[in-house]
Design a protein around this ligand. Sequence first.
Ligand code: 3Y8
Ligand code: NAP
Length: 244
Amino acid sequence: MTTLILGGTTEASRLASALAEAGLPAVLSYAGRTESPRAQPVPVRIGGFGGVGGLAAYLRHAGIRRVVDATHPFAAQISRNAVAACALAGVPLIALERPAWEARAGDRWTHVPDIAAAVAALHGPAETVFLAIGRQHLAEFAGLPHRFLLRLVDPPQALPLADAVVEVARGPFDVAGDRALMQRHGVGRIVAKNAGGAGAEAKLIAARDLGLPVILIDRPALPERRVVATVAEVMGWLHADLGV
Ligand code: 3Y8
Ligand code: NAP
């Protein structure tokens, strides 16, 4: 009867709480990207599964009856693996995915398809850029003349950028805090992933308030699967499927 939640997002944490409150057995899985991931009200496992085969074997050995992919929209590899592994193991899968952010009046957004296009969009006179994309893709920005404000979950060892200042914070973030952060550092432009959800939207609202341009990176394409946008819809699916 156990549900596996592929986690690492605000929504995954909310789903874990809902399952704990409903008394439905669940395990939440982290990749192990951060030093001390948020504690959860359900058992947690940390680390990769070992590709599609490793995940399919885990589903069988751990007696997983349902999988909810509640990972971040940019965590494309685990989402692809989940579709393949659930098909192999015959375990139903649903994705909990927050809708992409959409521009409103006052937003100065430029949409780009990927990280490389975001780098290309930054060519121009040196300025302070809030590079709010985390740690994994920083090297691609190394050739640019800008001063980068970085927000990372854990203190970095070494950074591939010549002129960078680091803000260590895990989020979720708030508008007043993000507005003050960007004003303190004289930010001229923001680079962000179209993560959706409430946990990181604050910087976009602060950018709108400050009239700052944003380079917004589109989500990677993901394979066909059943997708819902709320915890309530996942709970409805689980209750219907588990006959509880
Ligand atoms: C390890 C789990 C919660 C979840 C918090 C959400 C909100 C903050 C938006 C900015 C953007 C960024 C980054 C971000 C967001 C929430 C949510 C979300 C963006 C944690 C977490 C893990 C990770 C991994 C980490 C990545 C990095 C990305 C920072 C926990 C806090 C920039 C993505 O150092 C590293 O290697 C960090 C790697 C993947 C992207 C990157 O490429 O560097 N998230 N983030 C998960 C695991 O091990 O499985 O530590 O508790 C989860 C959250 N990240 O419980 O409140 O969207 O739900 N995380 C992006 O969207 O651009 C921050 O600063 O404004
Ligand atoms: P990814 O590129 O899609 O996955 C790379 C590999 O990491 C996967 O093949 C898998 O290894 C392992 N993995 C990823 N998520 C996992 C999970 N929840 N549980 C167990 N193993 C996992 O993933 P990513 O973009 O590095 O993201 C890693 C984690 O950070 C995810 O939990 C995601 O939700 C969270 N996160 C990511 C972002 C982002 O911007 N990418 C933002 C916020 C949170 P194996 O092949 O060995 O199984």
